[in-house]
Each structure stands twice: as structure tokens, then as C-alpha cells.
Design a protein around this ligand. Structure first.
Ligand code: NAI
Length: 399
């Protein structure tokens, strides 16, 4: 029975799903340090972590029997991906499972800021009845400028249009404009016409300080600003200056340049004094629905890899999307990306007169992956030859 170890309070759906697929599953609430993790991984085939367990090369080297790591979160920085790839350990994550949660919070932020809800709440809390329509707007007919039209930006585009907003977007890459959204050729074109500007760019290094003094200065006077992408992308001092002089009418910030390491840690930001300001502790994607979706998505990737050899959506191995095998068994052969490996695999099988019923190959960077469905089961001697072919990293037989 294959064994899975799930750490860091991963949604129970994952354990249930893996058990239904024949795994013996052990769960733990917390994260583990390097040495504890090495000990806990004794006999484990599949490891599930969230963001706080570091799967270092020391851990991977100590547990060569590990087959796959599931990151039940979006980021994969906690795993040494290149080393895992070199050792033939597949790593999966859940890149889209919290997209909808982020989008719903952005919609909430837009409406709340345009109705000045944080300011109204503040006044009531301080004993002032400030009933007034001044500065309050419907979102209908307003222009939303989306910067970064990826998973989140494009889904936001659809929901914002459903609310009656006009959507413009700017992206470095060519993107399909959904609905009636209009692609802006330049960032300034977007900034000059948007009543709400929202950042959804990814965390590449070159986006550090991407939105600063110049960009705030180009915004339409009285527009609102939202950042739920990464903290280092926007200059919060520049934002504060523009909120203070009234050129930006309100802002929502969910991500900060420096964030505390754990829940309950103290945190302070000068933006807390601002009037029409929504501050949230990086909870854009944090909903119970997203946690369940992540549990579902990653456990399915692990099961597909384990049972079918499918590397679809792996973050470190060449990707092959596979259904159940078509022969009596499937030979999943991960190797160094060298010329001639495929030919040698087929040669070894041909020597034993094994008929191939289906075969797929993918290569990426230093790695190659060939998956062969065989019509008759190869002898142990042939399997040993395949496992020891020059350049072989790992070979698995899926029955
Ligand atoms: P994605 O990778 O699907 O989309 C990012 C898009 O931004 C891409 O289309 C890319 O071409 C574009 N882009 C990158 N740099 C750009 C630039 N300088 N100018 C214009 N376009 C640029 O990413 P996804 O999944 O939509 O996530 C977006 C952001 O949201 C990421 O930074 C992610 O870390 C963050 N995020 C935040 C969460 C939260 O809890 N607040 C939860 C989930 C994601």
C-alpha cells in the first residue's frame, strides 16, 4: 500500500481522496523542520505540504524513495524544484484554486471604496452620523483598469462586466480580451481612463516597484487603487502621498512589502491612518472554498501521477497528460535529456519482442520523460535494463 504524509493541516478532502485511491495516509497539523521531516518520511511515497515546510535538497537526498510532493498552496518556493526534478520527484501545486476568492474580494473592495464604506464605518465608530452621498458612486458604468490579465485579472474582467463596469486591461503579453474588455497598448492609456485601478501582475523580480510615483500621478483624479498581487510591486509611500493630497480617492491593500511570518504577529502600516482605506492581511485567496479546491486539485494531480504516470501540471517535470494505460502495464521512464534515450528504450523492449501499444515523450530543460504502454509484461531482466540505461533518473512500472 503506498503511503502519503500530509502536513500543515491540509484540507481533509485530500486525505479522504488519497485513501479512496488506496493510499495509507498520515496527517499532521503543523510543519516539520528538516531533520524531523527526514525522519517522518521513512517509507513515504507522497508528501503533502503547504508553505511552511521546506523540502530541501538534504531532505530529498535522504529519502530517495519519495515519488511526489504536493504543495497544497499556490507557491512552490518551499521545495527545491530543480533538485527534485533531478531526482525524479514530481512536484505539483494548485495555481488556480483560489482565483475566484481573490476576484470576489476585489469586487468587494471596488464597491466598498466607491461607496466610501471604510470612511463611513470609521465615522460611526467614532460617534458621528455622517449621512451624505458626497464622493459615493455606483460601480455601474465606471471603468475598471486591470493590470495583469492572467488567471485572476481575466476572471475579474468577466465579473466586473457582469456588474455593468467597462473593463480595460494592460498586460505585457498578448491576451485574449474576454467579453467587451479593451486591451490598452500602454499602461498610461489605462491609468488615464480608469476609475478603479487594480494590480494583478505576477511576482517576477522585475515587477519590484512597478507601480510608483509616476504611475499614481498618471491616474485619473479621484480614482481608487487596489493591490492584491504582491507587496513589493507597489510603492506604498507614494500611495500614501496621493491619498493624502486627495488625488487617489481610496485604496485597498492586501499585500505588503514586508509581511509577518505567522498569524498573530504584530503588524503596523502608515496606511492605517487613511480615511477610505481597506487593509487586509494577505487573505485574498484565503477562503474555506479555496482550501477545499486546493485539497481536491493537488490530491488529484498526485493520484494521476502515481496511478497513471501523468505529469500534467507538474511544476518541475516535462508534462504529459495521460489517461489509464492501454496495454498490460505502463513504463514511466524519466531521464536526462540526452539524444537517443527513446531509441534505446524501444531497443531494449524490442529485444524481448515486447509490443508497444502507446508511447508519449516530452522533454524540458535537462529532463526527458517517455511513457510506454506495453502489450505484454516485460521480464524483470528487461525492466532492470531499462532502469539502468545511460541517463535514467527514475523508472516506474504502473499496472
Ligand atoms: P498569472 O501569472 O496568471 O497572471 C499574471 C499576469 O500579469 C500575466 O498575464 C503576465 O503577463 C502579467 N504581467 C506580469 N508583469 C506585468 C507587468 N509588469 N505589466 C503588465 N502585465 C504584467 O497570475 P495570477 O494567478 O493571475 O496571480 C496574479 C497575482 O496575484 C500574483 O502576483 C499572485 O501572487 C497574486 N495572488 C495573491 C493572492 C492573495 O491572497 N492576495 C492569492 C493568489 C494570487
Amino acid at each position: 500500500m503506498p503511503k502519503a504524509l500530509l502536513l500543515e493541516n491540509i484540507h481533509p478532502f485530500a486525505a479522504e481522496s488519497l485513501r479512496n485511491h488506496g493510499f495509507e495516509v498520515e496527517t499532521m497539523k503543523g510543519a516539520l523542520g528538516e531533520d524531523e521531516l527526514i525522519e517522518a518520511l521513512d517509507g513515504v511515497d507522497v508528501l503533502g505540504v503547504r508553505s511552511k515546510t521546506n523540502v530541501t535538497s538534504k531532505v530529498l537526498a535522504a529519502r530517495p524513495g519519495l515519488t511526489a510532493v504536493g504543495c497544497f498552496c499556490i507557491g512552490t518556493n518551499q521545495v527545491d524544484l530543480a533538485d527534485a526534478g533531478r531526482r525524479g520527484i514530481a512536484v505539483f501545486n494548485a495555481p488556480y484554486s483560489n482565483t475566484r476568492s481573490v476576484v470576489e474580494l476585489v469586487i468587494c473592495d471596488i464597491i466598498c471604496l466607491m461607496r466610501r464604506i471604510p470612511a463611513h464605518t470609521h465615522h460611526i465608530k467614532h460617534g458621528v452620523w455622517d449621512k451624505s452621498a458626497s464622493g459615493s458612486h455606483e460601480v455601474r458604468g465606471k471603468t475598471l483598469g486591470i493590470i495583469g490579465y492572467g488567471n485572476i485579472g481575466s476572471q475579474l474582467s468577466v465579473l466586473a462586466e457582469a456588474l455593468g463596469m467597462r473593463v480595460v486591461f494592460y498586460d505585457l503579453e498578448e491576451k485574449l480580451a474576454l467579453g467587451n474588455a479593451h486591451r490598452c497598448a500602454t499602461l498610461n492609456e489605462l491609468l488615464e481612463q480608469s476609475d478603479a485601478v487594480t494590480l494583478h501582475v505576477d511576482g517576477r523580480k522585475s515587477n519590484t516597484g512597478f507601480f510608483g510615483e509616476d504611475q499614481f500621478a498618471h491616474m485619473k483624479p479621484g480614482a481608487i487603487f487596489i493591490n492584491l498581487s504582491r507587496g513589493f510591486v507597489a510603492d506604498l509611500d507614494a500611495l500614501k502621498r496621493h491619498l493624502d493630497d486627495g488625488s487617489v480617492a481610496g485604496a485597498a491593500v492586501d499585500v505588503f512589502p514586508v509581511e509577518p511570518k505567522k498569524a498573530g504577529d504584530p503588524f503596523a502600516t502608515p496606511l492605517a491612518e487613511e480615511d477610505n482605506m481597506i487593509l487586509t492581511p494577505h487573505i485574498g485567496g484565503s477562503t474555506l472554498e479555496a482550501q477545499e479546491a486546493i485539497g481536491h486539485f493537488v490530491s488529484q494531480r498526485l493520484e494521476d501521477y502515481f496511478e497513471k504516470g501523468s505529469t500534467s501540471l507538474s511544476v518541475n517535470l516535462p508534462q504529459i497528460n495521460l489517461g489509464p494505460h492501454t496495454g498490460v502495464a505502463r513504463i514511466a521512464h524519466l531521464h536526462e535529456n540526452l539524444p537517443g534515450v527513446l531509441a534505446r528504450v524501444n531497443h531494449v523492449l524490442g529485444d524481448e519482442n515486447i509490443n508497444i501499444s502507446a508511447q508519449s515523450l516530452a522533454t524540458e530543460g535537462e529532463l526527458g520523460y517517455v511513457v510506454t504502454d506495453v502489450a505484454t509484461m516485460p521480464s524483470q531482466e528487461t525492466l532492470d535494463k531499462l532502469a539502468h540505461l545511460n541517463g535514467t533518473i527514475r523508472m516506474r512500472v504502473v499496472r
